[in-house]
Design a protein around this ligand. Structure first.
Ligand code: ATP
Ligand code: MG
Length: 218
């Protein structure tokens, strides 16, 4: 299946997009995307590293090219995964609605779009401002993440918009209590990160001296 061409039978493509800082990408992201692909029968998943996310201004974020290359290294062995430069090539910070609408334009509406996120991030992404427009544009998949209860999430979603319950699918994934923050802090402390991220990403981090002490405040 080509990442850009429509299906030979003329059926619309079903695509998952997963946005994130990916500083660095880790097994939590990869397991979530793979589980979403299988359960929602996605033709492929596109990872979209963020350019300069406004909500993360507080800490130093690795240069976009490093985050893009690490994401590429992590997905290279999965034929259903690819990476987009859409957000990192933009001059200004991207909002989810802009990214979603760019994809709809690229695929000329021949598209079922699922935005994949963790249960912690879904409410940041579907801001009150863009909520109805986003819900018109795509579905959401919110993956379980240790520390975030689906029960509480459901009631908040309902209070934002009653349509959320139809448009946001909750996805139970094998519990992954790993985060990029956890990995950055372990590198800074000289602790192993083996198996928390693909080996090529681990090697890339060491080769480029990423996450050394002083750059990792949460
Ligand atoms: P940081 O610690 O820097 O915030 P992160 O691990 O949360 O990093 P992000 O790049 O912020 O990673 O997350 C991108 C997306 O992946 C978000 O939707 C987030 O909820 C989801 N995600 C990250 N880690 C996990 C995990 N372990 N399980 C499920 N979803 C996750
Ligand atoms: Mg996060």
């Amino acid at each position: 299946m080509s990442f850009l061409l429509p299906k030979p039978d003329g059926e619309p493509l079903t695509i998952g997009i997963m946005g994130g800082t990916f500083d660095p990408i880790h097994i939590g992201h990869l397991v979530t995307a793979e589980e979403a692909r299988q359960q929602f029968d996605l033709d492929f998943v596109i990872f979209i590293p963020a350019g300069a996310p406004p909500h993360k201004d507080a800490r130093y974020i690795s240069p976009a090219e490093h985050r893009y290359i690490m994401t590429m290294l992590a997905v290279v062995d999965n034929p259903y995964f690819t990476v987009s430069r859409l957000e990192i090539d933009r001059q200004k910070p991207s909002y989810t609605i802009d990214t979603v609408q760019s994809f709809i334009k690229i695929y000329d509406h021949q598209l079922n779009l699922y935005f994949i996120t963790g249960a912690d991030a879904i409410l940041d992404i579907i801001s009150w401002k863009d909520c109805e427009l986003l819900l018109d544009s795509c579905y959401f998949i919110a993956a379980s993440r240790p520390g975030y209860s689906f029960g509480k999430l459901k009631s908040v979603l309902k209070s934002v918009s009653p349509r959320m319950i139809k448009k946001v699918h909750l996805l139970e994934i094998p519990a992954m209590a790993v985060s990029s923050t956890f990995i950055r802090n372990r590198v800074a402390a000289g602790k192993t990160i083996k198996y928390l991220t693909p080996e090529a990403v681990e090697q890339y981090i060491y080769k480029n001296g990423l996450y050394i002490q002083g750059q990792n405040e949460v």
